[in-house]
Design a protein around this ligand. Structure first.
Ligand code: G3I
Length: 387
């Protein structure tokens, strides 16, 4: 199978004409969603004694063009993360030109509906425009220039929302699977110290916000050990880090035992643990079902890898329900250590999973289906919290 090194595309984004979002959207479509789920307790209410339950929102939703999703979000989630709208390429696509419309829309909606906001992500090697790493001659930026750009981005973004954002994914995906530092442009030009700098600038720009390291596959012991080393390094230098986020992009058999050990490791360091981007794919993957979330990987679509284009099998549906139930049972056992569980999206029709690592698949990773109906396992998750 041929690997194409290119960025995948998910769904089209609507341009924001106005940033106002209906507080509680009401239309025939949303009324249908509300009446369908009215008998259902809210997920975040059910888990309110344990941890926050959130969702990532995209521009289609925050621009008010997906009221059915917003009706679900109004009811079921109490913390929101922008799926893309606070990434560097969204905020400062061209040097000095800041575009906060998408980010503002999400923050305004969260304020109106009394939900917390998690910022994602200040420093990441992906979705960062190439100009960031170049000087005005097109040569590689010097260390000083890159540090200055990092500082100005963090102050502009984290500073703007310093009273609005509960916590920031300060550095995203800086580790390899074996726990060593990823050789990203940040690491190559600045050195490992880019981590210390990012956390220092974030603490200065948003003193009240919690600061997190976020990555995928942190259930993998070697990778989590790398994150722990990184956190200890920061702490030893008196630099604040408040938590570690395991993204939680899993296959149909989540790695429960490894995940449990990784939660224990984070807790033993006195840090908060968050599951920050939860979804469970029912599809198979060229590199194994828990292949993580390296978005630079892209494979040609093959029918064999897209078996449920016309509907999911009962067997896979049952496995999905079981996987979610097992995961939430684990989260509940560690509710003192876990601060938040955020799903990476709302419903199956609008998830990056349909396009990674192959564009155009039909996946079923989220708690709400393509008709915006709660899947039966949502009721089970609610019951588990009420036992
Ligand atoms: O904004 C452009 C738009 O202008 C253009 O018309 C359109 C079509 O080409 O593309 C739009 O950008 C896309 C963007 O999503 C918004 O839809 C990018 O191509 C696409 O690569 C991007 O994908 C996102 C991906 O991160 C890369 O930023 C996914 O939606 C998002 O779910 C995914 O999220 C990441 C987390 O940030 C980090 N952890 C892994 C997770 C899943 O990959």
């Amino acid at each position: 199978m041929r690997v194409i090194n290119c960025i995948f595309v998910t769904f089209s984004i609507c341009l924001l004409s106005s940033c106002s979002l209906p507080n509680s959207a009401s239309s025939p479509a949303t009324d249908a969603v509300n009446s369908q789920s009215s008998a259902l307790t809210s997920l975040s209410d059910a888990y309110s004694n344990y941890f926050d339950i959130g969702a990532a929102l995209n521009r289609t939703q925050t621009s008010g063009q997906d009221p059915q999703s917003i009706a679900i979000v109004d009811k079921h989630f109490n913390t929101l993360t922008p799926e893309n709208d606070m990434k560097w390429e969204s905020i400062q696509p061209i040097e000095g030109q800041f575009t906060f419309e998408g980010a503002d829309a999400l923050v305004q909606y969260a304020k109106k509906t009394n939900k917390s906001v998690i910022g994602h992500a200040l420093v990441w090697h992906e979705q960062t425009p190439s100009w960031v790493f170049e000087d005005d001659q097109g040569n590689e930026a010097s260390r000083e220039l890159l540090i200055a750009r990092m500082k100005s981005q963090i102050f502009a973004l984290a500073g703007r929302y310093k009273n609005d954002i509960k916590g920031w994914d300060v550095v995203n995906e800086a580790l390899n699977e074996d726990g060593t530092m990823r050789e990203s442009k940040w690491q190559q030009i600045i050195g490992d110290e880019f981590i210390e700098l990012a956390f220092t600038f974030a603490a200065q720009a948003a003193p009240k916000a919690e600061l997190y390291y976020n990555d995928y596959n942190l259930y993998n012991a070697a990778k989590m050990d790398g994150a722990i080393t990184l956190a200890k390094r920061l702490k030893a230098k008196g630099i604040r880090i408040d938590g570690i986020g395991e993204q939680g992009h899993y296959g149909i058999t989540p790695p429960l035992d490894e995940l449990e050990l990784s939660i224990q490791k984070v807790a033993s360091l006195g840090l908060k643990m968050m599951i920050t981007e939860l979804d469970i794919s029912v599809l198979k993957f060229p590199e194994g079902e828990n292949m993580g979330a390296d978005i630079s990987l892209n494979f040609e679509l093959q029918d064999d890898y897209n078996p449920y284009a016309k509907g999911i099998s009962a067997e896979s549906n049952n496995k999905l329900a079981q996987a979610y139930s097992d995961l939430f049972a684990l989260f509940l056992r560690y509710e003192k250590e876990i601060d938040r569980v955020t799903f990476w999206g709302v419903s199956d029709n609008n998830t990056w999973r349909n396009n990674w690592p192959m564009k155009g698949r039909t996946d079923y990773p989220l708690p709400f289906d393509r008709s915006y109906q709660a899947k039966p396992f949502v009721r089970t998750l609610i019951k588990q919290a009420q036992l």
